[in-house]
Design a protein around this ligand. Structure first.
Ligand code: BGC
Ligand code: NOJ
Length: 811
């Protein structure tokens, strides 16, 4: 069942009923200031850090769900309602939500009054603009009241949700004309405040929540809108809010537009105050001045659209499959931008107060983002590398505002360092900017302890080869990509973290997955060393990689698939020999080892992939492991804590499905790769939204696996490495266009379903138009570049500004 439809022309998903199976979300914001907005107006916003600089309040896991947002209440002759449906839930004559690229527009009408609310963050500004259009569609004159509403968060979202003994006494605001200023804690150490403004005279205002709503009411039946009159309250402690009261007269057919601006301002210390106790509002007034008129708002919207048009034009496809087109051209890169910006911090499943930026997550996010804004990828790489330690290990997470590593989680996730090499390689291939390797980057953010980025990569590489276990395979540490495979932790007590508890120092538990990564990513390091003229170092690296490949084939092969690991006691994890109720096969090494090319010549690769098909594939995607763990295994950790079919215990973990897709292209089975692609790509799941439940325009981290009661139901949409990896799989491997070290590689492998397509790829300033005709097999039969046949798959990089026409015939 569908709850809306794609509007590809406008690059929007149009939701046509408020009663979707779950709140369907969108993101606002570009670089510094971000907002989350659901199809019912729920959500919140923050400056850079969802934990430390949150402007507005949201109530996670509340009843009803999706509670708190920027709401507009209408009182039309005593009939009070909200055009976003929530929170008043009055029946609407018309409802529509258009989630677009960086904006959301929700329209509701009732009783002949149509209200359209548009939310977006203008480029380059630390503010949300809310444009409200009210139109009288009835035959009679209307005199109505409009009340805006939002609730301020007292900045630190964790403290805000826990420290009530303090917080109920600190809230402070100022009101000046049509602007409400939120200045809690500004009197002491904060140099920032928020404001909410409307570009029209107000008939009243409120800033005290209890007065506006009524102590025993909810957002759905607030006193002020229902009574139709603001109380002009000035908050003193408790919960500061911002509400403007507006009186609006509309002739039949008349429309009026109001522009609200919710902004964030930082003042230099010496300019904090206008006069004692009164905040300096100059910067707020400047910001307000930029969106005072509706034409300014339209211009900012047009800028945003042009910005996205430009970004998306870096990779686009024309094909007969409209679902494929909309994934590749619009929604997958859009999600990649959001994961790049948010990492795993703020969504409907991530509260913004837990994890900050992940070391491995952010590096992988880069893979799907780097072609959009390479300069930002560069900056991110330096930030990430600055949280690495001198021995090559790395903080697992860091906070975006401070950019400091998170000591609570610490380090010891032994896959982390390798992802940095992959991120840097992707960046250099995209841009040709080898200069980044010479940048001086600190260890653990200590300016006194710096080395070149190249040196960081060397230490990443060596961290693996310096930490091998008894079989010559990499030690796993606290966990590898699978955070829940905790082979050294032995957690017996419920109130401790699975990942950071214990961590026996024994050097026995080994990961075949990290070995696969090493063989896949290590050659990038060798190539980089070569480019720096270090051929001995490159040769040394290749020697290590070769040894690792041998170790995998010798000790990491189980007969029909790759083993997953050896545990602390040296027992096999993910083997045919594992007991009843234990997993015999796990997905990660199957995809990753084949991506690395291990066993391609000798047959193990094909066997492993056939085992995946046979044992892990389902109608909704490939599960992580099979059979699921039936009971808790202290020696395996969190993976065995989940009920069968959920999360890392046999859920369909969408992040590693693309590894199998890419692996299928490595062995030349494009058709199967594309089948896997379509099983989890959201646009193809639109018709089963009632089962899938999350947004049909973005990937979710997990879909319940075949062992779960709710097989096919997705959770944790938006912030997942799934976005980047699926983009890499489809754009670079199935469609087959990817920047390599020496040129643009064109090597499609997608099968018969997509027999002809054209890719436009901009890279290093040149534009490549690639027309592909494919008969469904592997291998490029003929490649011509500007009419000249070439051998191989790699088209040398062209001069910036040039347009290169490529014809590709794939056998
Ligand atoms: C989740 C993982 C997540 C990890 C890291 C676990 O509980 O299942 O998906 O990566 O926590 O915080
Ligand atoms: C989500 C985490 O963000 C990611 O780092 C991890 O690889 C996967 N879960 C699998 O555990």
């Amino acid at each position: 069942m569908r709850f809306g439809h794609f509007d590809d022309q406008r690059k929007e998903y149009v939701i046509t009923t408020p009663k979707t199976p779950y709140p369907w979300l969108n993101y606002l914001g570009n670089e510094q200031f971000f907002g989350l907005v659901s199809h019912q107006g729920g959500g919140y916003c923050f400056y850079r850090d969802a934990r430390l600089r949150r402007l507005t309040r949201y109530r996670y896991n509340n009843v009803p769900t999706d509670s708190g947002g920027r709401y507009f209440y209408l009182n039309d002759g005593g009939d009070t309602w909200t055009p976003t449906f929530m929170p008043m839930k009055k029946e609407l004559d018309f409802y529509e939500c258009r989630h677009g690229l960086g904006y959301t527009q929700i329209t509701g009408s009732r009783g002949g009054l149509r209200a359209e609310v548009l939310f977006f963050v203008p480029l380059g500004h630390t503010a949300e603009v809310h444009r409200v259009k009210l139109k009288n569609e009835s035959g009679a004159k209307k005199s109505l009241k409009l009340f805006s509403f939002l609730e301020f968060c007292l900045w630190n979202a964790h403290d805000d949700a826990t420290n009530f003994q303090r917080n109920f006494s600190t809230g402070e605001v100022e009101v000046e004309g049509s602007t409400i200023y939120h200045k809690t804690e500004y009197r002491e150490r904060r140099d920032h405040y928020a404001f909410y403004h409307v570009n029209a005279p107000v008939s009243g205002f409120d800033t005290d929540r209890e007065s506006f709503i009524g102590l025993y009411n909810g957002f759905g039946d607030p006193d002020v809108p229902c009574e139709g009159k603001s109380k002009n309250t000035v908050a003193s402690g408790w919960s500061p809010i911002a509400s403007h009261g507006l009186e609006v007269d509309l002739e039949p057919g008349e429309e009026k537009t109001f522009v609200f601006v919710l902004g964030y301002v930082e003042n230099p210390r010496e300019e904090k105050w206008e006069r004692p106790g009164v905040i300096n509002k100059r910067r707020a007034r400047d910001l307000i001045g930029r969106f005072e008129r509706t034409e300014q708002v339209s211009a900012a919207l047009a800028d945003l659209a042009a910005h996205w048009e430009r970004l998306l034009s870096n990779y686009s496809i024309e094909s007969k499959d409209e679902k494929l087109n909309r994934m590749v051209n619009i929604w997958n890169p859009y999600q990649c931008m959001v994961t790049f910006n948010m990492s795993r911090s703020a969504s409907l499943f991530e509260s913004g107060i837990g994890r900050g930026m992940g070391f491995r997550d952010s590096n992988q996010d880069l893979l799907g983002f780097v072609h959009l804004v390479p300069e930002r990828a560069r900056e991110r790489i330096i930030d990430i590398a600055s949280t690495q330690f001198a021995d090559g290990s790395a903080y697992h997470q860091y906070q975006p505002l401070t950019k400091r590593g998170n000591n609570d989680v610490g380090s010891g996730f032994n896959d982390d360092p390798l992802w940095l090499i992959l991120g840097v390689a992707a960046y250099i291939k995209e841009t040709g900017d080898y200069g980044i390797l010479s940048e001086l980057v600190p260890f653990d953010n200590d300016p006194k302890n710096v080395a070149t980025l190249f040196d960081h990569l060397k230490r990443s590489f060596d961290h693996v080869s310096n930490n091998l276990g008894p079989h010559g395979l990499p030690l796993i540490g606290r966990a590898d990509w699978n955070d829940c495979l905790n082979l050294n932790c032995f957690s017996e007590t419920p109130d401790e973290s699975f990942q950071t508890t214990g961590n026996r120092t024994g050097r026995t538990a080994e990961s075949v997955f990290i070995a696969g990564m090493f063989v896949h990513i290590g050659p990038e390091y060798a190539k980089i060393a070569e480019y720096r003229g270090l051929s001995d170092e490159a040769a040394r690296a290749r020697g290590e990689i070769e040894k690792m490949e041998k170790a995998v084939l010798e000790h990491g092969w189980d007969g029909e698939w790759f083993l997953r690991a050896y545990d602390f006691f040296g027992n096999k994890v993910g083997s045919k020999s594992c007991k009843e109720g234990e997993s015999q096969i796990l997905i990660e090494p199957q995809g990753y080892c084949v991506m690395a090319g291990i066993g391609v010549r000798t047959g193990e690769a094909l066997k492993a992939l056939d085992s995946v098909k046979e044992r892990l594939d389902t109608r909704y995607g490939i599960v992580l492991n099979n059979p699921p763990y039936r009971e808790y295994h202290v020696e395996l950790g969190e993976i065995s804590s989940y009920p069968p079919g959920y999360k890392e215990n046999a859920g369909i973990f969408c992040h590693n499905n693309p590894w199998v897709m890419i692996a299928e292209t490595v062995v030349g089975r494009g058709e199967r790769a594309f089948e896997y692609y379509k099983k989890i790509a959201p646009a193809y799941l639109e018709d089963i939204s009632e089962i899938h439940r999350t947004e049909p325009y973005v990937y979710s981290q997990m879909i319940a696996g075949k062992d779960a009661a709710r097989h096919g139901e997705a959770k944790n949409s938006w912030l997942t490495g799934t976005a980047a990896w699926n983009f890499v799989a489809i754009s670079q491997h199935l469609l087959g266009v990817r920047p390599e070290w020496d040129g643009l590689c064109v090597q499609p492998c997608i099968g018969k379903d997509v027999p002809e397509f054209t890719i436009t790829r901009k890279c290093r300033g040149a534009t490549y138009r690639i027309h592909v005709r494919s008969s469904g097999g592997k291998g490029v039969a003929k490649l011509t570049v500007d009419g000249q046949p070439i051998t191989g798959h790699v088209v040398p990089y062209a001069r910036a500004g040039s347009v290169v026409e490529i014809e590709c015939e794939a056998s």
